[in-house]
Design a protein around this ligand. Sequence first.
Ligand code: NAD
Length: 288
Amino acid sequence: MIERLVIVGVGLIGGSFALALRQAGQVRHIVGVGRSQANLRAALQQGVIDEVAGSAAAAVRGADLVLLAVPVGAMPAVLREIAPHLPADCIVTDAGSTKQDVVAAAKAGMADKFKQFVPGHPIAGAENSGVAAARVDLYQGRQVVLTPLAENAPAMVERVAALWQACGAEVARMNAEAHDRIFAAVSHLPHLAAFGLVDDLAGRPEADTYFRYAGSGFRDFTRIAGSHPEMWRDIALANREAVLAELEAYIAELEQIRGLLARGDAAGLEAIFQRASRARKNWNPNAS
Ligand code: NAD
């Protein structure tokens, strides 16, 4: 049982963690900290948190566990602020979508308390944000990736893993570099591609006509372009090198498709579509 859980950033991710742990009977008192007072009031009214703290520094005094669920660009300042006030046995974990930058921020900001930081990333989300979007079952059947530090006591990592499992998630472990490389390909690049396509069409004089006739293919491809701009700005910049490498690879693939199309190479185009279609169906056997 966690006596005092602190959530810094009570939005979709932090709010859902609080709801799921409370339902699992794992926590007695939940303290919320954030930037928007209206959002924190809503979190209190919805019973997501029990108390609003005036500052992160004040909130963490006496805490057993702290979850940082703010955009990754905001993590360094929060880590610096809380470090001097953390009890020695308090675990700090995070939900940031990138890991190497957050680990570097924890190392720089927490000094001798760095070993208390267990980095994590729930592979669950939505394009909605704020506490209103939080759901008790957000993590049910989803994966959480932990990227433990060499400095972490194994029991601390186990504790964080057990809490995510109590939220209904499966826990995987990998190093932070592998995490950032993989998620650049399967998450960050698709978001940039969706933002880019929608921005291009929206900027055209006949944008309304295009959107009026867009069907399910466009809807599925671009759903994530409705995601939180500030959060995605931070993710792209935090994982810039890996994302640039993935963009280069994707542009090269599109260049190849453009070449085949320009030459009218039906067999070449079909071969790519065949490989991709097979891979997509193998990944998700239920895909139509
Ligand atoms: P969100 O916008 O729903 O919630 C973030 C909360 O943090 C908001 O309540 C906001 O007011 C608060 N906040 C922002 N800056 C702050 C600051 N400087 N100090 C204190 N509070 C601040 O966003 P979210 O979707 O819950 O994302 C939170 C974190 O989880 C991000 O790091 C994101 O990369 C990560 N994440 C998001 C998803 C997703 O799909 N949304 C999935 C996995 C991980």
